[in-house]
Ligand binder design. Structure first.
Ligand SMILES: Cc1ncc(COP(=O)(O)O)c(C=O)c1O
Length: 395
């Protein structure tokens, strides 16, 4: 049996690839603080379970390929409340934001096409592009400028006749950047000038800690070029439900997306029932969650500032921070920590930074930390990280 070149060239997820080392540490009786994955510890609103428990159909049947009408209507109302007027026809339910991203690239890219991303970027963007033989063209951004965008002419110099789309996360994973209105206008100009799509991944939309936020969905001029990626995973701490959506007003794209949806028959029935109920969660829930993440952001940034040789970003949204560590290779250090280091039988896991870059050699000394644990656990985890750094560099 021969495997495709395409699949063999895909990278392992930097967020999950060290899991076997963490499992081994746990099997040896250690507690592992997980800073590697964006799995919040926030309780999912009970409306989800209540709706699932109340599901009383006699058959768990296939549903509509495009999604259950009640969920689509709930999402439409959610957007209307944000001042964005989407028709139910514009909304396609997917198996998480992940499948929405997969469909977006499938609908846009042939083998050899390019997707522009701002490096460091969410690692799975490389995976989704690679699955179709497309390539990420990485425009560098850096910690010194808060991972904000370079000037328009610099970005434009990365665009070629094969560039089909710009993909970005706002607020950003892994950097926590929140783009300014001016940056969003610049992106819109470039997208329209070069007749590209903008894949705007806004799954962290509610998690912005300093200042205002504007959705790309509110920019009228982008209407025909915009593909919005959304999900209940982070918004309602419902990662395992696997419910997201892809939204576009472009009817030609919608026709193709419907085929993608039909190809995988439908999204999970019970989870869609639960998801529809989640959209009735009062705004006060999201306000409280936002306040909690802000506290965690402040806690982790303050704790990192105390570690000698560690340089951290200044995240404004989402729940991640990129850090530069005083080691030669953050991946080796991450593995060493899981295998060899613990304080009172507790250790820490984080995602090596190299997987968030596609430019070879970049991010080697960096790591992405997810501040999804409560403040006390975060302080403990960063303390262990600091002690691990000392022990590693004293070897
Ligand atoms: C930026 C970004 N987009 C999309 C996703 C996919 O999320 P899900 O498939 O759980 O909706 C994630 C998950 O971590 C993410 O960080």
């Amino acid at each position: 049996m021969k495997l495709s070149q395409r699949v063999q060239l895909l990278q392992q997820s930097p967020i999950r690839k060290l899991t076997p080392y963490a499992d081994k540490a746990k099997a040896a009786g250690k507690k592992v603080y997980h800073l590697n994955i964006g799995q919040p510890d926030i309780v999912t609103p009970p409306a989800f379970m209540e709706a699932v428990k109340a599901f009383d159909a006699k058959v768990v049947a296939y549903g509509n390929s495009k999604g259950e009408p009640a969920l689509i209507a709930a999402i439409q109302r959610y957007y209307a409340a944000l001042g964005m007027d989407y028709d139910t026809a514009d909304i396609f339910i997917t198996n998480g934001g992940s499948e929405a991203l997969f469909f977006a690239v499938l609908a846009l890219c042939d083998a050899g096409d390019e997707v522009l991303a701002f490096e460091p970027f969410y690692a799975n963007y490389s995976t989704f592009a690679g699955e179709f033989g497309a390539k990420i063209k990485a425009v560098p951004t850096d910690v010194e400028s808060g991972y904000h965008l370079p000037p328009e002419e610099v970005i434009e110099s990365y665009i070629t006749p094969r560039t089909k789309a710009v993909i970005l996360t706002n607020p950003g994973n892994p950097t926590g950047v929140v783009y300014t209105s001016e940056e969003q206008d610049m992106i819109a100009r470039l997208v329209l000038k070069h007749d590209m799509a903008l894949i705007a991944d806004e799954v962290y939309r509610e998690f912005v800690y300093d200042g205002a936020y504007r959705s790309f969905g509110s920019m009228k001029e982008l209407e025909q070029n915009l593909i919005l990626i959304d999900s209940i995973s982070k918004r309602y701490s419902a990662c395992g439900a696997r419910i997201g959506c892809i939204i576009s007003k472009n009817k030609a794209l919608g026709k193709e997306l419907l085929k993608c949806c039909q190809g995988r028959l439908c999204s999970p029935a019970l989870e869609q029932v639960g998801a529809a109920a989640l959209y009735g969660t009062p705004a006060s829930y999201l306000e409280a969650v936002n306040a909690e993440y802000k506290k965690r952001r402040d806690t982790i940034v303050a704790a990192l500032a105390k570690l000698p040789g560690v340089k951290a970003g200044d995240p404004k949204g989402a729940f991640y921070v990129m850090v530069s560590l005083p080691v030669d290779d953050a991946e080796k250090f991450a593995i060493w920590t899981l295998e060899n280091f613990a304080i009172d039988n507790e250790t820490v896991m984080f995602a090596p930074g190299n997987g968030f870059y596609s430019t070879p050699g970049c991010g080697t000394k960096e790591a992405r930390l997810a501040y999804v644990l409560n403040c006390e656990s975060l302080e403990r985890a960063i303390y262990i990280l600091g002690e691990a750094l000392k022990a590693y560099n004293a070897k």
